[in-house]
Ligand binder design. Sequence first.
Ligand code: F3S
Length: 72
Amino acid sequence: MKKEEGGGVKVRVDAAACQGHGRCYALAPDVFETDDHGHCVVPAADVTPEREAAARAGAENCPEDAITLDQD
Ligand code: F3S
C-alpha cells in the first residue's frame, strides 16, 4: 500500500553537493537556513506534516539535487 503523503519527513542535505544556490531557504525558510557562506543547513531534520510541502519545494528546486527527503 502506498504510504500517504503528509506524515512528516526527514530532510538531509549533502553538504558536499550544496553549492549555495540558496533556492531552498528562499522557498522554505522554515525548513532550511543558511550558514555564513550561503550554504544550506537544516536545523531540525524532522519536518512536520505542515512544513512538508515547503521542504519538498526546496528539494525539488535545488539545482544540485543536494536535498533528500525520507518518509518516516
Ligand atoms: Fe545548496 Fe541547493 Fe540550497 S545548492 S543552498 S541546497 S538550493
